[in-house]
Design a protein around this ligand. Structure first.
Ligand code: AMP
Ligand code: GLY
Length: 424
């Protein structure tokens, strides 16, 4: 079978890496991919937004399975476009992708189907939003309704910050139409965890848990990023809590959507806060997380192609999914300036040395090739990932690899996985 992966980051490198391990796969293409992906797949120069070109490519190359990495093409209806042509594609339809593309929609579903989440209200009028903030006080959380590349959420410690966020999102429209509505919600206290699940719209099978590190600096300081690292499993999610998440969050979400006439097929990602009152949904994503994918898929023993095909055929209930009983850690190395404006084009050294290390793999997020040399080409550059029998050992391997890799201005968090170790 020929497989096409859509996207160009660390998540997509991981998907390509795992999919090509399947004995059913002869060839993997990636659109548009990056320099790391190009080492193990054929990259094709089609941007993720060019849905008609991607459909044409899949038809002409007889692609047996297309896998969509990022949210933007899902929200734009890439799955609907492929399905209309009878082309097999893994991911939710445009209607289902609203769960991520509109926080107001997600909140509506959670309220209607009694899925635990922060209390909230949605506004289209900035004056009303400001009046609500006055009434509620800080700390409080302001979220742009639409897709804003992970930057549309402001956790405001003061009323002034919250008001400034409403002003920027709704009046200055820094995220454009994504800020036509805002969701204002209660500030939740607890530890975060990501629970991803495969679902065919009926059966829901959770993957192993993971934890992202969203803030740019150690000890969760500084602005939020796309994610500076991750590990799996996350001990905060005990087996009892996982059962609760399945019964009270994952299954009711998929069942609720079905009652709305939406069959959700793909990966459902629940970003959760484990509060004193139990797990609550912070956000849904309609895809693998990045960098959660980098720590979850290396632990998957089963054939990912088979799982994905069973999702498409709505036969997930027949599928057995087996995981390795190990620990993974991913440390993201980022460009100088990220998550603000960042530099690119810096030569990356040490990748060859790291490629010889055991149980270590470098997933490329933003790299390019210039005359046989790898150079930086994005904010997040590399996801240095390792696995071992314990989290301590996985972290040691990952950080040992990080120390061998050099590029001008590189920065990374030194405290990946520390929250897990505190659970001991
Ligand atoms: P989101 O994109 O909605 O997951 O929000 C990004 C980040 O903001 C989350 O990972 C949390 O760290 C934080 N956050 C979002 N909503 C809340 C909330 N209600 N209370 C506390 N922190 C939140
Ligand atoms: N790591 C968070 C996300 O993928 O949205």
């Amino acid at each position: 079978m020929r497989v096409l992966v859509i996207g160009s980051g660390g998540r997509e490198h991981t998907l390509v890496w795992k999919l090509r391990q399947s004995p059913r796969v002869q060839k993997v293409y990636c659109a548009p991919g990056n320099a790391g992906i190009a080492q193990i797949a054929q990259c094709i120069d089609i941007p993720v937004a060019k849905i008609d070109k991607l459909v044409e490519f899949a038809r002409e190359h007889e692609i047996g399975l297309t896998v969509v990495g990022p949210e933007a093409p899902l929200a734009a209806g890439i799955v609907d476009a492929f399905q209309a042509e009878g082309l097999p594609i893994f991911g939710p339809t445009r209607a289902a992708a609203q769960l991520e593309a509109s926080k107001a929609f997600a909140k509506q579903i959670m309220q209607k189907y009694q899925i635990p989440t922060a209390h909230s209200q949605t506004f289209t009028d900035p004056q009303e939003a400001l009046a609500y903030l006055e009434q509620k006080g800080a700390p409080i959380v302001v979220k742009a309704d639409g897709l804003a590349a992970g930057k549309g959420v402001v956790v405001a410690q003061t009323l002034a910050e919250a008001k400034a966020a409403v002003e920027q999102i709704m009046v200055q429209k820094v995220f454009g139409q994504a800020g036509a509505k805002v969701v204002i919600e209660e500030f939740l206290v607890g530890e975060e965890v990501s629970v991803l699940a495969f679902t065919d719209g009926e059966t829901v099978i959770p993957m192993v848990s993971s934890q992202d590190h969203k803030a740019v600096y150690d000890h969760d300081q500084g602005p939020n990023t796309g994610g500076m690292g991750a590990y799996s499993p996350a001990p905060v999610l005990t087996p009892a809590l996982l059962e609760q998440v399945e019964a009270e969050i994952l299954k009711p979400t998929i069942r609720g959507l079905r009652q709305e006439g939406i069959v959700y097929q793909g990966v459902l990602y629940a970003g959760l806060m484990i509060t004193e009152a139990g797990p609550k949904v912070l956000e849904y994503n309609v895809r693998f997380g990045d960098p959660e994918c980098q720590v979850v898929l290396p632990r998957l023993k089963s054939d990912l192609v088979e799982i994905m095909l069973s999702v498409l055929n709505r036969k997930l209930h027949e599928q057995e999914i087996v995981w390795y009983d190990n620990h993974t850690a991913c440390v993201v190395m980022a460009s100088a300036g990220y998550p603000g404006d960042y530099t690119t084009g810096q030569e990356i050294q040490g990748l060859h040395e790291v490629s010889a290390l055991e149980d270590t793999y470098v997933f490329h997020a933003g790299t390019a090739k210039q005359e046989e040399k790898f150079v930086t080409a994005g904010g997040r550059v590399l996801g240095v990932t390792a696995w071992a029998g314990t989290l301590e050992a996985a972290l040691e391997k990952a950080y040992n690899a990080v120390k061998l890799i050099k590029f001008e201005g590189a920065h990374y968090r030194k405290d990946i996985g520390q929250k897990a170790l505190k659970h001991r």
